[in-house]
Write a protein that binds this ligand. Structure first.
Ligand code: AG3
Length: 280
C-alpha cells in the first residue's frame, strides 16, 4: 500500500510527500505532533497537519530566519527564541559567539520529539548556553524586564490557536520593550502565495512598533515554495549585514552575503500587498 502525506492550503493546492513510515504521533495539551519518514525529504515534523520541517530543506528556513538578524547586529550576546522547540533555530544561533539563549516554547512535547527523532537539530539542547522553558511566549515577554535581549527570534507555527497573538501588535510592542536600545527582532511571517494577508499584516504591525521594519523572503520547498520573514530593528538597517564572520559563514548551506542582500528585493505583488496594508 502506498502512503502519502499531504498538506493542503485553503486555496486548494498543497504539498505531498510519499511516506515510508510513520515514526511517532503524539497529542500534547496544545497540538498533534507527527514524525514521518518520507521517501524524498528524510524525516518530517508535522504539527496539526502543517509541515514544520523536513531534513532535506530545513537549513534554508532556519538559516534565513536566524542569520539575517544575527549578521545585522554588531554584537548579539543575549538572544530570545519564541517557539522553535525543535531546536533548529537555536542550532543556527549557537554558531555565533552568543552568551546566552533562552528558548521559550509553549509545548515541551516538541522538544522531546525532536530529541528523539531529529538529532541534527536537537544537538543544540546539549549546549550549556541554551536554556529551555516550556511557557507561553506571549506571557513570557509580557513579564520580561526591559532591555534584556539583543535579538528576539520568533519561530512559530501558522497563526492558528495559541500562535495567533505572535503575529499581532501587542506582542511586537512587548518585544520592542524587552529588546536593548539597538535590538532587532525577526519572525516568520507566512507564505507569500498562500498567506499574503499574513505577510502584509505582520509587516504593518511591525512597522507600527519599530522605526525600521522590513520583509524578506527565502525559498522553502516544503512549505510550498517561498516563505517570508518580517524584521523589526531599533537602530541597524537589516538589509545591510554589519559583520562578516567566515568561521560561521563557511558552515552554512543557504545564507551568504549575496543571499542576505537579495532576500530584501521583493516581487512587485508582495510590495504592493504590504503598501496596501500599511495604507489601510
Ligand atoms: N516554523 C514555521 C513553519 C510554518 C509552516 N506552515 C505551514 N506548513 N503551513 C517551522 C518550525 C521550524 N523550526
Amino acid at each position: 500500500m502506498e502512503l502519502w502525506f499531504k498538506e493542503v492550503y485553503p486555496q486548494g493546492w498543497g504539498v505531498v510527500f510519499k511516506v515510508e513510515k510513520g515514526l511517532c504521533s503524539v497529542r500534547s495539551p496544545y497540538q498533534r505532533i507527527d514524525v514521518l519518514e518520507t521517501k524524498s525529504h528524510g524525516r518530517m515534523l508535522v504539527i496539526d497537519g502543517a509541515v514544520m520541517l523536513t531534513e532535506l530543506d530545513e537549513f534554508a528556513y532556519h538559516e534565513m530566519l536566524v542569520h539575517v538578524a544575527m549578521f545585522s547586529h554588531p554584537n548579539p550576546k543575549d538572544v530570545l527564541i519564541i517557539g522553535g522547540g525543535d531546536g533548529g533555530t537555536a542550532r543556527e544561533v549557537l554558531r555565533h559567539d552568543v552568551k546566552k539563549i533562552l528558548l521559550v516554547d509553549i509545548d515541551e512535547e516538541v522538544v522531546n520529539v525532536s530529541k528523539r527523532f531529529f538529532p541534527s537539530l536537537a544537538t543544540s539542547f546539549e549546549d550549556e548556553r541554551l536554556e529551555v522553558r516550556a511557557e507561553d511566549g506571549i506571557d513570557f515577554v509580557k513579564r520580561a524586564s526591559n532591555g534584556s535581549y539583543d535579538v528576539i527570534i520568533v519561530d512559530s507555527t501558522d497563526p492558528v490557536g495559541p500562535a495567533v497573538g505572535l503575529f499581532e501588535k501587542p506582542f511586537f510592542e512587548d518585544c520592542f520593550r524587552v529588546l536593548r536600545e539597538d535590538g532587532i527582532m525577526v519572525a516568520q511571517s507566512g507564505s507569500p502565495y498562500f498567506q499574503l494577508d499574513i505577510v502584509a499584516k505582520s509587516h504593518k504591525n511591525m512597522s507600527e512598533v519599530f522605526p525600521i521594519a522590513r520583509t524578506y523572503i527565502a525559498g522553502t520547498p516544503s512549505y510550498g515554495g517561498l516563505w517570508s520573514f518580517v524584521i523589526g530593528s531599533k537602530r541597524y538597517l537589516p538589509e545591510e549585514p554589519i559583520r562578516e564572520d567566515s568561521s560561521v559563514l563557511e558552515k552554512l548551506k543557504y545564507y551568504n552575503l549575496d543571499v542576505h542582500l537579495g532576500a530584501f528585493k521583493l516581487p512587485t505583488y508582495i510590495k504592493k500587498a504590504i503598501d496596501e496594508a500599511k495604507a489601510s
